[in-house]
Design a protein around this ligand. Structure first.
Ligand code: DQA
Length: 145
């Protein structure tokens, strides 16, 4: 099966961006690890980071046409703002897990609300990049193809 990992705005800065909050690993480190973990188990993992809302939305539309089985998404700041990306996730009908590196509930009040959590299969936050690994493990358990 095919898993798509989507990363929202500013996550291309991982490693140098507020490392005390987001960790020292780069996004490439995370994506490479996820890709090899998925490959080990015979799955195909695609990924995209974008700072542009429309690119993420269009990627979700393509995912549906491509037959992507599961999405792991860290919508980053769009978590708290984007009805449009939420609607794209709903339109795709593809099950997804929402991941945040930081514990958004321990931070500013505007980070406590997510436009994705109520429609996600599950939500992982506060565990750093391990959250992506756990999400992949959960996704693979939920798709048996
Ligand atoms: C984030 C949390 C968001 O509030 C923030 O805007 C981000 C990253 C996280 O992974 O902890 O950019 O999604």
């Amino acid at each position: 099966s095919t898993i798509l990992v989507l990363h929202g705005p500013n996550l291309n800065m991982l490693g140098s961006r507020e490392p005390e909050v987001y960790g020292y690993e780069t996004l490439a480190d995370i994506d490479d690890r996820l890709r090899s973990r998925a490959a080990e188990q015979g799955h195909h993992l695609l990924h995209l980071q974008s700072n542009a809302e429309y690119e993420l939305i269009e990627r979700v539309h393509e995912a549906r046409a491509e037959g992507v089985d599961f999405i792991i998404i860290n919508p980053a700041a769009f978590t708290h703002t984007s009805v449009a990306l939420r609607d794209a996730m709903l339109a795709s009908g593809i099950p997804f897990i929402e991941v945040h590196l930081s514990n958004v509930h321990a931070r500013e009040p505007f980070r406590h609300h997510s436009y994705f959590s109520d429609i996600a299969k599950g939500v992982i936050c506060g565990l750093g990049s391990q959250g992506y690994d756990l999400a992949l493990q959960a996704a693979l358990k939920r798709i048996h193809r």
